[in-house]
Design a protein around this ligand. Structure first.
Ligand code: ADP
Length: 226
């Protein structure tokens, strides 16, 4: 895959889907392959909590209870991040937008950047609950760890821990919040020719293959590498 250039239209991707659908894993793969930044509002917020910033202080309670951080705060985070030079040739958004208000704000930020490709990763709820119960992340770099590499982070050697919001009660709340506030985004984006649904209930490499095909189809439907 050639590096994006000024002559090539940007690759602007939004990953939609419930907690545990595999958005983060797939977003990371896409970012490496297409050489555009992965922007995860969850990672940015967790880092803010870990480093004790004002944003972290105000976000911690919402995150730990499975609720959403305020639209204003996350919109501001994404607006600043998209203004960075590395996001000019595109981006993979993971975990944003999560409400219709955030989606409207993102549309307003797009200007001349080209179309958004929206990938909705679909996984049955009973599978999500099992996946989230077993999930571990690195306490140092925040990477997701797969089930058989739980001893230490493969990226940095850090200790693996359960996310503070992956406990059974909070998981149920996050899935409810998803149904109520984020799922309506499917209707928001579905009429666009660059919207695609992906079966996320497959092994990660099969999901990656399905995403590659969906991006190719969306680019063709959207008119360019958009
Ligand atoms: P997951 O997709 O597994 O639920 P994330 O890492 O994307 O987890 O997000 C973790 C938490 O961070 C969310 O439950 C929420 O509290 C907060 N958060 C992340 N992104 C947003 C967003 N776009 N709007 C509001 N809150 C957010």
């Amino acid at each position: 895959m050639p590096a994006p250039s000024a002559l090539q239209p940007a690759l602007n991707i939004v990953m939609l889907g419930p907690p545990g659908a595999g958005k983060g894993t797939q977003a990371e793969r896409l970012a490496v392959r297409h050489r555009v930044p992965k922007i995860s509002t969850g990672d940015i917020l967790r880092h803010a909590v870990q480093t004790g910033t004002a944003l972290g202080g105000s976000a911690k309670q919402a995150i730990d209870s499975g609720n959403l951080v305020s639209d204003d705060a996350v919109i501001c985070i994404v607006r600043e991040r998209l203004a960075c030079a590395d996001a000019r040739s595109g981006f993979i958004l993971d975990g944003f937008p999560r409400t219709v208000v955030q989606a409207g704000a993102l549309d307003g930020m797009m200007g001349s950047r080209g179309a958004l490709i929206v990938l909705d990763i679909v996984v049955p709820e009973e599978v999500l609950v099992l996946r989230l119960a077993g999930r571990r992340i690195c306490s140092v770099c925040g990477a997701n760890a797969t089930v058989d590499t739980r001893q230490a982070c493969l990226k940095c050697g850090g200790t693996l821990v359960t996310r503070t919001d992956d406990g059974a009660k909070v998981v149920r709340e996050r899935l409810k919040v998803y149904q109520r506030q984020t799922r309506p985004l499917v209707e928001y984006y579905a009429p666009r020719p660059t919207f695609r649904s992906i079966d996320g209930n497959q092994v990660p490499d099969a999901v990656t293959g399905a995403i590659d095909n969906a991006i190719a189809a969306a680019v063709a439907a959207g008119g360019a590498r958009q």
